[in-house]
Design a protein. Sequence first.
Length: 95
Amino acid sequence: MKSKLKWTIYFKGEAPLIPQIEDWKFVSVPDPDWAFVLWCGSNPVVDYNGGYVISRHRNLDLITPEIEAEFRKVTERFGVNYDELCVSDNNHCIE
């Protein structure tokens, strides 16, 4: 199931350097259990950005080759190499 929805989260938080502003974009939701988010942020000292896979799962063990192919295609459009991103394993997190 490929979602055509594009969600945006806009965050303005209380950080040591105020204002700290972040703009998160869900750029791909190819499956209800998997999405890819890109974000940009800024504070008075620096502009920054990043991206990550968000999932109902604690690691990437259950991601399918088709979903990863979609994430590679989408991230490439934004100048990001999916295969160079760092992997986080959240198996240690409390359910």
